[in-house]
Design a protein around this ligand. Structure first.
Ligand code: URA
Length: 241
């Protein structure tokens, strides 16, 4: 017997946390009955349906997408915006993105149907490193880089130590390209960090996610992750636990 949300996550429905939301909102049935409780245990014999569709046990699949601008990091969008899911018309499995990139942020994002993997990588305590390149307004000084690295209080909470460096500056246009490596994944984290030091972000790209980079992927292109890449992401997450 296993907890319902765990079975759902394994079946590739969603992360465990998202599965819990599906349960709480009454979208899950076990043997024909809506279940809203989170603790319930199910076995292989039980018939589980989400939105009246039986779940089946899918093979786990993993993709890296170079997300273009003007694309939302969800599976569906009620405002009709293009979603990251639409870049995988050939994929039958119920894949969804691990974490979010803003609508106007480009770069590396993983999609999978492996709920445990998604949860592992998203958990703040596991701290996968991500590298961003930000084009920001103004000429960024050394002291500012130090502040970004040491941590800033955003919405009442200090950001974890980061690494940052100036890549280039355009003195005429008064813009700076900065590379920043962070481990957290709070909402709009990089933009909020730069806003906090007085340099609003004009463009943002995620260049790396753990060991993964965007080599060979144009915006909108994706590739299957290799087994060693999946393992190395798991290892990187677990080494910080
Ligand atoms: N930080 C942001 O501000 N936006 C993103 O899309 C990712 C990290």
């Amino acid at each position: 017997m296993e907890r319902l949300q765990k079975v759902m996550a394994h079946a590739g429905i969603a992360s465990r946390r998202k599965s819990e939301e599906l349960i709480k909102t009454g979208r899950v049935k076990v043997n024909g009955e809506v279940v809203r409780e989170l603790g319930i245990q199910v076995s292989n014999q039980d018939e589980i349906k989400v939105d009246n569709v039986p779940i089946d046990k899918e093979e786990p699949v993993y993709y890296l997408l170079n997300k273009p601008r003007s694309v939302i990091s969800t599976v569906e969008d009620n405002k009709g915006r293009k979603t990251v899911r639409e870049f995988f018309p050939q994929v039958e499995q119920r894949i969804y993105p691990i974490g979010r990139l803003d609508y106007d942020t480009t770069g590396a994002i993983i999609l999978t149907n492996d709920g445990d993997f998604a949860q592992l990588l998203m958990h703040p305590k596991y701290e996968i490193e991500k590298t961003y390149v930000a084009k920001v307004r103004g000429l960024v000084k050394k002291e500012t880089i130090k502040k970004l690295e040491k941590g800033l209080v955003i919405e009442g909470k200090k950001t974890s130590p980061a690494k940052a460096r100036v890549i280039s500056q355009d003195r005429k246009k008064e813009v700076t390209m900065v590379e920043i490596k962070i481990h957290e994944g709070r909402n709009h984290q990089v933009k909020n960090m730069f806003t906090a030091v007085g340099h609003p972000v004009l463009k943002l790209k995620r260049e790396t996610y753990g060991q993964l980079n965007l080599a060979g992927l144009q915006p909108g292109e994706s590739r299957v992750l290799k087994a060693f890449e999946i393992d190395s992401l798991k290892k990187e997450a677990l080494k910080n636990s």
